[in-house]
Design a protein around this ligand. Structure first.
Ligand SMILES: *Cc1c(COP(=O)(O)O)cnc(C)c1O
Length: 392
């Protein structure tokens, strides 16, 4: 593979391993084991397996390796380890690099399961976690200490779409010798420059934009070859969070069309946000691509676009948001994101239902908030649908 290829070319060709049949579309190696030519061969492979030598699918598999190489090429990372889900990736990354006595600083605005790891699991194993407002650099500065081993954040938060200034936080973390772990799902690999911005471990839930068609759970951890193969892989391969070859094939095919999908979804999200901003029934429209977003300049510098997600807050609270949701005919009420189908959810009552009210308030998760994952439908139809549902 040429290092000079652009992202679109890499998304289609990087990592391809053709079998003796010369297939065009990648093969699914649906096998957990691999046969050795001799006993000596088996011994040698267990001692040291080459990049195209496999032992057991929990350790690695040709189809999974194709996905890992392709997403690493796209992300501009040296290497990747594919996982069974996004949460297997988050848990695996944190458990691989941390031990009892370590300190972690994490942004408070996290996906519910990520918050569970930070607040419940890590402290159980003697890791101290300090939660900060991720958008406030002074809080990161105050919380990071000499014994801080890692910082963790979502670069673009769910559902309030706040950004963390990756470069600035990475500088603070690295000065203290801490690793930077970034859940980059909302930014998508298309708008990510996370490695160049100083992230040591980039994490995606492949369930979202990488699949992009709502079919399978998956995840990936990306970073330097050293970190991935010497720190992440030993933990992952011995604890069972590896990706299935069938899932890897779905994700490989997803990568081929991801750029087209994400760009189309972003264009539509931008138009929808512009169209809905200022609507009489809305308190606000939250979209990083709007100049009214408090971190619009950072979003443009960090991602170069507003992304595929937006949120609207209805003036009439829960009653109004439910009325809106129930009146939408194109968008579906569900909780996945990055899908070809537009998906709507009221986070206060679904994804963030269990958060105490004071935390919901601090994160802007109000009863009137509706998160919108923009799909691939015609934006004219979507805008028309949202407007009729708002006028209900
Ligand atoms: C969905 C999601 C996850 C978890 O991914 P799964 O594939 O569902 O395990 C983690 N972080 C963010 C930001 C997500 O959106």
């Amino acid at each position: 593979m040429s290092k000079d290829w652009n992202k679109s070319t890499k998304a289609v060709h990087a990592g391809t391993r053709r079998s003796q049949y010369g297939e065009v579309s990648e093969a699914i190696f649906m096998t957990q084991g691999f046969v050795y030519d001799s006993a000596e061969d088996a011994e040698a492979r267990f001692e040291s397996a080459g990049p195209d030598e496999f032992i057991y699918a929990r350790y690695g598999n040709p189809t999974v390796a194709m996905f890992e190489e392709r997403i690493a090429a796209l992300e501009g990372a040296e290497d990747a380890f594919a996982t069974a889900s996004g949460m297997a990736a988050v848990n695996g990354a944190m458990m691989s690099i941390l031990k009892a006595g370590d300190h972690v600083v994490s942004a408070r605005a996290l996906f519910g399961s990520c918050l569970y790891i930070a607040e419940e699991i890590l402290p159980r194993f003697g890791v101290e976690v300090t939660l900060v407002d991720g958008a406030d650099l002074s809080q990161w500065e105050a919380a990071i200490r000499p014994d801080t081993r890692a910082v963790f954040f979502e670069s673009l938060s769910n559902p309030a779409l706040e950004l963390v200034d990756i470069e600035a936080v990475a500088k603070l973390a690295h000065a203290a010798g801490a690793l930077v772990v970034c859940d980059n799902v909302f930014a998508t690999p298309i708008y990510s420059k996370a490695v160049a911005q100083g992230v040591d471990l980039v994490i995606y839930s492949a369930t979202k934009h990488i699949d992009g068609q709502g079919r399978a759970l998956g995840g990936v951890i990306l970073g330097s070859r050293d970190l991935i193969r010497k720190t992440i892989e030993p933990y992952m391969k011995h604890t069972g969070g590896s990706m299935s070859p069938f899932t890897a094939w779905i994700m490989l095919k997803g990568l081929e069309t991801m750029r087209l999908r994400v760009r189309a979804q972003t264009d539509a999200a931008q138009k929808i946000a512009q169209e809905l901003e200022g609507h009489a029934a809305l308190k606000r429209v939250i979209y990083p691509g709007l100049p009214s977003h408090p971190q619009h300049a950072l979003a443009m510098a960090q991602m170069g676009a507003g992304g595929t997600m937006l949120a609207i807050e209805l003036k009439g609270g829960k009653e109004a948001s439910y009325k809106f949701l129930n009146a939408c005919k194109v968008g579906l009420i569900s909780n996945n994101l990055g899908d070809a189908k537009t998906i709507l959810t009221p986070p206060a009552f679904t994804t963030h239902q269990r958060l105490p009210q004071d935390q919901k308030d601090a994160l802007g998760i109000t009863p009137g908030l509706v998160r919108i994952s923009v799909g691939l439908e015609d934006e004219v139809d979507l805008i028309e649908d949202f407007l009729q549902a708002l006028s209900n």
